[in-house]
Design a protein around this ligand. Structure first.
Ligand code: AMP
Ligand code: ZN
Length: 483
């Protein structure tokens, strides 16, 4: 089946095909590393990870590039405020960004270019634009003249003439433009308050690149002049992506990105989660509160990317329970004995798995409809649990079909692998102790000392370990503080 995606530029949901058969070139606007990312930022990154994983699951090879913005107004301001170098601000933040990335189980992407290491490519792009007649220089800065680029603003449905002077052209206020709506490509140095925090030589004198320029230059460096998919959060549409289109297409004369995809915001207390409002959580702060990364990942993925999602701790606890249900089901499968002789329930299980596969694919093919995809997965779990509860025996083929359905689910959602990791990390030190206590409890029960058995159970519970007695013995699981 074909994947259909919603393109912000055409405002239509259409069948996706990469330019080169079987190979998707994708660019993702990365973090600005002035301060640790919050989970709102990670909503965008995790959705991009889902898109990447789903494309891979459908058999595409992916080349994904996500930049690190390590020079811009905010990083420079942070360096000035703290009296340190740019690198001293950005290096630790970049490190913690990738720690959080790992914690939430995002796949590494093929390239993570740093803006500061691509200044020559940015200068070259400005030079091309200058040659083509789209720029003007003033006081050491270079500007893009938007009225020389027909179609400016289409992505954001913006009529350039309706923009009020200076409106939302963030960070450019200090620059002397001919037209207040123009944006700056190269910011001339020598501005007193910035000192020499970030200065490079250029044909227009010392200075530094503008933020929009960074992404166009790095995208084209690694992916060529036309990419298949460009992603970001909706706040990137204007002015950032509008300006990326203008400067890239003016320079090359070609379409810059064939598809533009944008994720809606994560809200907190009804407003966009953001540093400036202070209504944010980081991955680290949630983990310190005892929440599991698998729950954070599940929650951030559980709403369609084009709808807003309101973050609450209650929602996070629900997400934790949802992951728990899927994980328990997979554990149950692993413990279900395979029929020795002929089985009567195996083909039913295989049928359920087949039905899941077509429902799951249809859902995600429909512009990544995760709600229907998760719905189909919980239907599978419910129906398979009913089948396993009933009398019957199950062939390896039937059980394997269910196992591979869950494997496929997780190749895309990546939450069960995280839960496995959490359990094995949490269990590493105390596993032996738990096994020893479970044996002690079994011994107490067999000598009918139920009070002692209960005491052991409570002792385990106090350490966050829950026991479950079943036909194949006693199993245990770690509870999160959220349980
Ligand atoms: P920044 O580090 O500010 O450049 O943002 C990195 C990414 O996070 C961008 O793609 C933004 O669109 C996205 N983003 C920022 N805040 C939120 C939010 N509250 N919800 C979803 N995405 C966000
Ligand atoms: Zn960007």
């Amino acid at each position: 089946m074909a994947l259909r995606l919603h393109d912000t530029l055409t405002r239509r949901t259409e069948t996706f095909e990469p330019a080169e058969a079987g190979h998707v070139r994708m660019y993702t606007c990365g973090p600005t590393v002035y301060d640790r990312a919050h989970i709102g930022n990670f909503r965008a990154f995790i959705w991009e990870d889902l898109l990447r994983r789903y494309l891979k699951w459908k058999g595409y090879r992916i080349t994904q590039v996500m930049n690190i913005t390590d020079v811009d107004d905010r990083t420079i301001q942070a360096a000035i405020d703290r009296g340190v170098s740019l690198e001293e601000v950005t290096a630790p933040v970049t490190r913690s960004f990738f720690e959080d990335w790992e914690t939430l189980g995002l796949e590494p992407v093929e390239q993570n270019p740093r803006a500061t290491r691509h200044v020559p490519q940015m200068i070259e792009l400005v030079r091309r634009l200058e040659e083509a007649g789209y720029t003007y220089a003033k006081d050491g800065s270079v500007y893009f003249a938007i009225d020389r680029f027909p179609g400016y603003g289409h992505l954001a449905n913006i009529d350039p003439d309706s923009l009020r002077p200076g409106e939302r052209v963030e960070g450019d206020e200090n620059y002397s433009k001919e037209n207040p709506r123009d944006f700056v490509l190269w910011k001339g140095g020598g501005r007193d308050h910035e000192g020499d925090v970030a200065v490079w030589d250029s044909p227009w004198g010392a200075g530094r690149p503008g933020w929009h320029l960074e992404c166009s230059a790095m995208a084209m460096e690694y992916l060529g002049e036309t990419l298949d998919i460009h992603t970001g959060g909706v706040d990137n549409i204007f002015p950032h992506h509008v300006n990326e289109i203008a400067q890239s297409e003016a320079a090359t004369g070609r379409q810059f990105a064939r598809w533009w995809l944008h994720a809606e915001h994560l809200l907190s207390e009804g407003e966009k989660m953001s540093k400036s409002l202070g209504n944010y959580y980081t991955v680290e702060s949630l983990v310190e509160l005892g929440h599991r990364p698998s729950a954070i990942r599940y929650l951030l993925l559980s709403a369609h990317y084009r709808t807003q999602l309101n973050f609450t701790i209650e929602g996070l606890k629900d997400a934790d329970r949802a992951v728990g249900r899927l994980h328990e089901f997979r554990r149950r499968l692993a413990h279900t004995p395979v029929a020795d002789g002929p089985s009567d329930g195996g083909s039913h299980l295989a049928e359920l798995a087949e039905r899941w596969r077509s429902a799951f694919t249809a859902a995600l093919d429909d512009d990544l409809n995760v709600s229907d995809g998760l719905g189909a997965t919980f239907t599978l779990v419910r129906e398979a649990n009913m089948a396993l509860d009933g009398a019957g025996s199950f062939s390896a083929a039937g059980l394997d079909a269910l196992g591979s359905a869950l494997g496929d689910f997780d190749a895309v959602f990546g939450v069960l692998a995280l839960r496995d990791r959490e359990e094995s990390e949490g269990a590493a030190g105390i596993e032996e102790w738990i096994e020893e206590r479970i044996e002690a409890r079994a011994a107490a029960r067999s000598s009918r000392d139920f009070a002692l058995a209960d005491e052991v159970r409570d002792e385990l519970l106090a350490r966050g370990v829950a026991l479950e007695d079943g036909p194949s013995g006693t199993r245990w699981k770690l509870l999160s503080q959220a349980d």
